[in-house]
Design a protein. Structure first.
Length: 554
């Protein structure tokens, strides 16, 4: 089971989100109360008509017309309530998903979650919250207010019937609590299995070519089938517990009707003092239990939401690092590391150990060394995806850690080992760096990165569509699109992480020319193993296995 601390954190986060949603939830609650009043009025009219049919004094044709009108009103109120609840759920889902996406973007590569797990958080966990805001919150309020309203109305008609309704209503949460203990546990486990299944499915899709290459596609298909079967079994367990909760409620409703029918006389004999009131009290029972039935049906929405919140709350409640904002991006940047150390949680050794170097504006520095020496960690620090454990990082003489991480990223243009292109046109992929850029700026960036050199040969030029991950372009072409983004960004600090990895010599030479143009006049830090890139700068800083900076080599 989930640790109590996590459960309390999830509940606290859900309460905070519920408070933020109060304005949107108030409308479906008000519509529900109006519907309850109309249902009580309809019950009174039907009771009068039934009494007339049984030969007692009762209603007439006016009651029939009014009853038909109330039926129409109840239907319209139900439709309006459903629409208001849907809008409330959609608004909450959109707000939470936007906040979660912004948080994941802020964490960047420092977030250890895999792509599949992130996708599951953004899709499955957020979707699991919609019912909490759309159905559970209104149902919870109406399960308290509507039965109280019915009890007051019943008290006016027959105080004993009102007392019976009150006692039976108090037994509902007891029965739901007993069944809810198992439902909460099963719902959490179901979400955990779904998250693992979603993450595994996405990750295996990304590596499908590798699985086929090593003849593991069938084995992985069987493994996925096993996970899917586990998810099916968990889902059926949740449904069994949900049906048990509904059964408890129906038994209470049946017991209430049976007792009131016995008390008022099953056949309403001629000696009954007030047949219309007796029928009215019986007809109030469905109106009394309907909000409780809706509450019971929505109960699993709350359980699913708590399971999802257990994963989302620690992420969304963890406030992003605060910091200063830049009034404007400076045209040139000087970088200085002074005794900078960086240790990752759980790592046996620090990634950087008292690293010291300085770069004047417009200078380029090559970081070389074996894998794991800390080259990529230097770039993470400069982009705000990590904070130094000790030491000082200065930009133009000012402490860089005082800036908000997002502001650090405004200062830099980054190109990694493998450019990721999104499904869309080449133009759209370049404009990701600066969506507001003009056509002239876009073309200059594409020309500088030599994107136009291959785009002119394509049928639709820059409007050519590429698939997710750059499908349709070669590795060198995708890398040049990434360089075009860096040119369009026009940041004073250029950060490159093995930009020519896995390129053939001819393509590497073309990309190298574009990189040289990108670094000209800008401060640049390049992590590389490639001897070709050594020609970009006379300043080389070797990071040794001890992760301590060695003397720069000219």
């Amino acid at each position: 089971m989930e640790p109590p601390v996590n459960g309390r954190a999830a509940s606290a986060w859900l309460r905070k989100e519920a408070r933020a949603q109060r304005g949107r939830v108030a409308l479906p609650i008000a519509l529900g109360l109006l519907s309850t009043l109309c249902a009580a009025g309809l019950a009174w009219l039907i009771a009068r008509l039934l009494a007339t049919l049984l030969g007692f004094p009762g209603g007439g044709w006016a009651d029939v017309g009014l009853a038909l009108l109330l039926i129409l009103v109840v239907a319209l109120l139900g439709m309006a309530q459903e629409a208001a609840q849907t809008r409330a759920g959609e608004a909450a889902r959109a707000r939470i998903r936007a906040a979660l996406f912004a948080r994941l973007m802020a964490l960047g590569p420092d977030d250890p979650r895999g792509v599949g797990e992130k996708a599951s958080l953004l899709v499955d966990r957020v979707e699991a919250l919609e019912g909490f805001f759309a159905r559970w919150l209104p149902a919870m309020a109406l399960a308290l207010l509507s039965p109280l309203l019915i009890i007051l109305i019943a008290w006016w008609a027959d105080w004993v019937s009102a007392l019976v309704l009150l006692v039976m209503g108090l037994l509902v949460p007891v029965g739901m609590a007993v069944t809810g203990i198992g439902a909460a546990r099963e719902s959490r486990r179901q979400l955990e299995v779904l998250g693992r299944l979603s993450g595994r499915f996405v990750d295996r899709l990304r590596g499908l070519a590798t699985l086929v290459q090593f003849d593991q596609a069938e084995a992985e298909a069987r493994a996925l089938a096993g996970k899917a079967e586990e998810f099916r079994a968990r889902t059926m367990r949740v449904l069994r517990v949900a049906f048990l909760s509904t059964t408890v409620l129906e038994l209470l409703a049946a017991g209430t009707i049976a007792y009131l029918a016995w008390r008022h006389g099953a056949h309403l004999g001629a000696n009954h003092p007030d047949p219309a009131t007796a029928l009215f009290c019986l007809l109030l029972v469905p109106a009394f239990f309907q909000p409780l039935r809706t509450f019971s049906q929505a109960y699993h929405e709350a359980l699913a939401a708590r399971g999802a919140a257990a994963d989302l709350a620690p992420l969304l409640e963890g406030a992003p690092p605060a910091g200063l904002r830049l009034a404007e991006v400076p045209p040139r940047v000087a970088v200085a590391f002074t005794e900078v150390s960086l240790a990752y949680p759980g790592a046996p050794a620090p990634a950087l150990d008292r690293l010291t170097f300085a770069l004047a504006p417009g200078e380029a520095l090559l970081l070389v060394g074996p894998s794991g020496a800390g080259k990529s960690s230097v770039l993470k620090l400069l982009m705000g995806f990590a904070r130094p454990t000790s030491g000082r990082i200065a930009l133009n003489g000012q402490d860089a850690t005082l800036l908000a991480p997002a502001e650090l990223r405004r200062l830099s243009a980054y190109v990694g080992q493998r450019a990721h292109l999104f499904a869309g046109t080449i133009r759209e992929n370049i404009l990701l760096a600066r969506p507001e850029a003009s056509e002239a700026e876009l073309l200059r960036a594409a020309e500088a990165a030599r994107v136009l050199a291959f785009a002119r040969e394509l049928p639709e030029g820059l409007e050519t569509r590429v698939g997710e991950g750059g499908y349709g372009l070669s590795g060198g072409q995708a890398q040049r699109v990434a360089l075009a983004r860096a040119f369009l960004r026009d940041a004073p600090l250029v950060l490159l992480d093995e930009p020519t990895t896995a390129l053939d010599p001819g393509t590497e030479a073309e990309v190298m020319e574009a990189i040289a143009r990108l670094c000209a006049g800008r401060t640049a830090i390049i992590a590389t193993h490639s001897p070709v890139l050594r020609g970009l700068s006379a300043r080389v800083l070797a990071l040794g296995e001890g992760r301590r900076a060695e003397s720069p080599v000219a």
